[in-house]
Design a protein around this ligand. Structure first.
Ligand SMILES: N[C@@H](CCC(=O)N[C@@H](CS)C(=O)NCC(=O)O)C(=O)O
Length: 288
């Protein structure tokens, strides 16, 4: 989705030349775009956004992406948000090797939407089963800033997506993620993964025998669920094998492993959950 100039209050980016990416290391949506850029060997300028330091809700960054989300691509001064739309946009700029099979040209955005619709579920699983949340990730003051900086518009229209983001963090602040919400999120993934398991019955990749943007998008979610403790191999063996093959590819490998300091925190958190009988499998009643 390309923003209109009036959505952007940090005006300097409008003059930037070439490909620039605002992104964060552990962000699933950033990982997708970086894998794409690796595969296509695109030259790009990196603008890391530290989500832990809440740089994404600074007035500078909200002036670029009014949703306060990473990734955000600047292509010769045009600002693109939403990772799947960014992939489709990049495909028009860098068509070789093709990552959208010709027969799926018209349907690819719809197919990717299913994955994007699960993003809040992904965040729910991540915050419940991977991140120690001793303190709420965003305070009431942060949410105030979030709601009041940047243009607050996308395409010149007040942006409801930002309200949904703020509602998620407010819920975290008000009581965190309930067992019921965690189970509902995991059930959404289980249904999606069963569908992917069927698709992989007769082909190497999701859209047939050619790697596509669908594989890039879904493998990050599949990998994240496995890292959160979802019994992938047990429930969806073909999907687990497909993810392992992609993980061995040098374009994917660095994006599918947790960065070391984060890995240690996640391991300690999961150990504590397991000891309390509160792991993903236990809370969601999945056999391992
Ligand atoms: N639908 C969006 C979702 C982007 C998103 O939620 N990004 C996360 C990181 S994966 C983020 O920026 N979170 C902000 C935060 O943690 O405050 C996309 O596909 O780009």
């Amino acid at each position: 989705m390309q923003l209109s100039e009036r959505d952007i209050t940090t005006r300097e980016v409008l003059d930037w030349k070439g490909i620039h990416l605002f992104h964060a290391p552990g962000s699933s949506c950033s990982q997708k775009v970086r894998i794409y850029l690796n595969i296509k060997d695109v030259e790009w300028t990196s603008h890391p956004v530290n989500l832990m330091l809440k740089e994404n809700i600074s007035s500078y960054y909200l002036g670029i992406n009014p949703r306060g989300l990473v990734p955000c691509l600047i292509d010769d001064g045009a600002v693109h948000i939403e990772s799947n739309d960014i992939l489709v946009h990049l495909e028009s700029r860098f068509p070789e090797p093709s990552l959208i099979p010709a027969e799926h040209n018209d349907s690819v955005s719809d197919l990717l939407r299913h994955e994007d619709n699960l993003h809040m579920a992904l965040r729910t699983v991540t915050f419940r089963f991977m991140m120690p949340t001793d303190e709420p990730p965003k305070t009431a003051q942060d949410l105030e800033r979030y709601a009041n900086q940047g243009s607050g518009t996308v395409g010149g229209v007040a942006d409801a997506a930002r309200d949904r983001e703020i509602a998620f963090w407010r819920n975290m602040l008000d009581g965190g993620i309930s067992d019921e919400a965690a189970r509902a999120a995991v059930a959404e993934f289980r249904a999606a993964f069963e569908d992917l398991e069927q698709r992989l019955a007769g082909s190497s990749y999701i859209l047939g025998n050619q790697l596509s943007v669908l594989d890039i998008a879904w493998v990050i979610y599949v990998n994240r669920l496995a890292l959160a403790g979802y019994p992938l191999e047990h429930l969806h063996p073909r999907l687990a094998a497909w993810a392992a093959t992609l993980k061995s590819d040098p374009a994917f490998a660095p994006e599918m492993a947790l960065p070391p300091p984060f890995a240690a925190r996640v391991a300690a958190h999961q150990e504590a959950l397991a000891q309390a009988g509160r792991s993903l499998s236990e809370v969601c009643g999945l056999t391992t």
